[in-house]
Design a binder for this molecule. Sequence first.
Ligand code: XMP
Length: 329
Amino acid sequence: DWKMQDVLEEEIKVIKGLVGPDEHVICALSGGVDSTVAATLVHKAIGDRLHCVFVDNGLLRYKERERVMSTFQSDLHLPVTCIDASEQFLSKLKGVKDPEMKRKIIGREFICIFDYFAEELEEKLGKRPTFLVQGTLYPDVIESCPPPGSGMTHSHTIKSHHNVGGLPKEMKLKLIEPLKLLFKDEVRKMGNILNVPESFLKRHPFPGPGLAVRVLGDVTEGNALEILRQVDEIFIQSIKEAGLYDSIWQAFAVFLPVQSVGVQGDQRTHSHVVVLRAITSEDGMTADWYYFDHKFLIDVVSKICNNVRGVNRVCQDITSKPPATVEWE
Ligand code: XMP
């Protein structure tokens, strides 16, 4: 793809010009396509002056930390430090129900961790990193802050994506956002040129605030996160086994903070309700719900109810975007 090749070379040139020869750069890897491609691109421009960190915020999916770290180590040649900050994030989220508040808290904690990572590096390198790489895409930019002349008004500001809007002044890091003008399919093309493994490029998008926007209400209540992880894993594995993963833009489960009455065995139950959502989309800005056949749905619902303790009801979200958003919060 000549156009992407040109964009890539131009970006590399810009980054080389931006980052001085003795400056260091940090990057948070989420395990997703965007941050991985962004990091690989910056790595190509400045080599080992790039330092990556993977943060376990306690809001990751089933075995995600182990899976992602092992892929970074065995497939990609990016040096990555793993920081387990799950207790820190979850303690700050305790009792918080408001979706925007959750996103703000998570954004703030991420910045704290990056700051800490930068300090650790400063001790090691004898100099402080001066830049932070982020995998922000064009749709994130226009949804959070419509550019002048885009025809979008302020009422189009839909959700405060935590990775848009810059950093607080006291954090002495400048931003590098090499994918800021690209759509998702273009990022995948760029990843291809950069030899990022196909399995990585095909991963469904996962939001920065993680499962916090998929457990409605207080994420720390009961074992909501654990239940959601199990349901999500069954749903995704079933999709992969049915060969549907690549036809779907994004699929996931949502945990509702309500209980419903059911009957399992001879017992009346009063347990949790989960929702399955699968969509097709071009760029995440609009989306259609994905149509599964009956057999698939019957199998997945019975797997969930038979294997996940505490769930007695499974719903499917058949709302497009608009009027709904992709995530429930
Ligand atoms: P919404 O829910 O806004 O989602 O329709 C559109 C796409 O963006 C992802 N998403 C996020 N990604 N930080 C991210 O990095 C966020 O705060 C965030 N919120 C939503 C969502 O998963 C979907 O792909």
